[in-house]
Design a protein around this ligand. Sequence first.
Ligand code: GLN
Length: 446
Amino acid sequence: STYLGRIERLNGDLNAFITVDREAALAAAAEADTLLASGQGGPLTGVPIAHKDIFCTEGMRTSCGSRILDNFVPPYDATVIRRFRDAGAVILGKTNLDEFAMGSSNENSFYGAAHNPWDLSLVPGGSSGGSAAAVAARLAPAATGTDTGGSIRQPAAFCGITGLKPTYGRVSRLGMIAYASSLDQGGPMGHTAEDCALLLNVMAGHDPLDSTSSEQATEDYTAALNNDLQGLRIGLPAEYFGDGLDPATGECIQAALRELEAQGAELVEISLPNAALTIPAYYIIAPAEASTNLSRFDGVRYGHRCDTPADLHDLYTRTREEGFGDEVKRRILVGTYALSAGYYDAYYKKAQQARRLIRDDFMAAFDKVDVIAGPTTPGPAFALGAKSNDPVAMYLEDVYTLAVNLAGLPGISTPAGLVDGKPVGLQLIGRHFEESRLLNVSHRLQ
Ligand code: GLN
């Protein structure tokens, strides 16, 4: 009830939550109290968790930040939600996001933008901006997010918290409404690496209902947090420290790296020669997959339906015209174009080839180093409205985060310090399934 009280007082300013079910949360908390009183329960019993409003919650609205799902109450739980319920965690509510997770500022939400608790005139980042703002302002102790191209790491950086995007396939995507299926991955957002490890312990693991979910065994992600960093080789890609990086942000990142060096890590200069292909490849592949995934929203089975359709075609077109916002429509148009016969080879196939090169760069780098480090974003949080009318400027914000998703790697953003009173994040990238190592390095900085 402490957190419910803070939500009541502060959510009006922050707009971090779209839906809060007070009664359900209090009932679940009372149940957890009974369990704990009888000596049962696990590490998350009774812990309130905020969930990005893209994870289906049985009986609780799941909007994806879109008008088209404004009235959608799922009949089932996402696997991630089910796992949290089974662990005894309490669902505090559903957090704000860019519509269908498309965006880097949370300004594309049908419910209005969430605000950055460090300064309400700044964006919290996106698309998991509501989760990041909720954790940073202590409206929730921890939250879930999803990351297709940076949506956990970038808002974590902007709000001064820790956010982990796990290896593709580590966390089930069942019931996590799809944006770009080959890139999407759910993960934890918390104040510390330890919080993220505790959440990942619940979230990670094989799901027979998600065919892309990995069968690789999970670990206790808290076990390695305190390992020392002696001899750890940290690669610094030249491409992540060049033009486009705000100098003060670069200074802040360098200071964090010196701290890791002082703890025994070795800093190694490396190169990711195909880094420049990242933004163009991502902004073909993600919209292509989105255009197919979003074809299911047609007003027939669930979600918004336009009034008095004249015929089936009118039903489809008017429902989608009314239901989707501008950025979602832009992505559907770009994606449909890229997949069209005649353009497929020139765009989609090329983008897939670039994706392979980007992945191979990482694989080669990981022969030489254990972890790759750099800034999460080119600079700290920007002002609300500053980039909302310029999609390309917004896409450039993702320059350091997208490649991780294209390569399926795990990545974490950990607080590096402040620039003009605004938080900056250090991004650490690991080999596939080496989440523990990222959490370890992050923990050693905190
Ligand atoms: N900003 C990126 C996009 O708009 C990434 C979003 C995400 O990771 N969901 O696609």
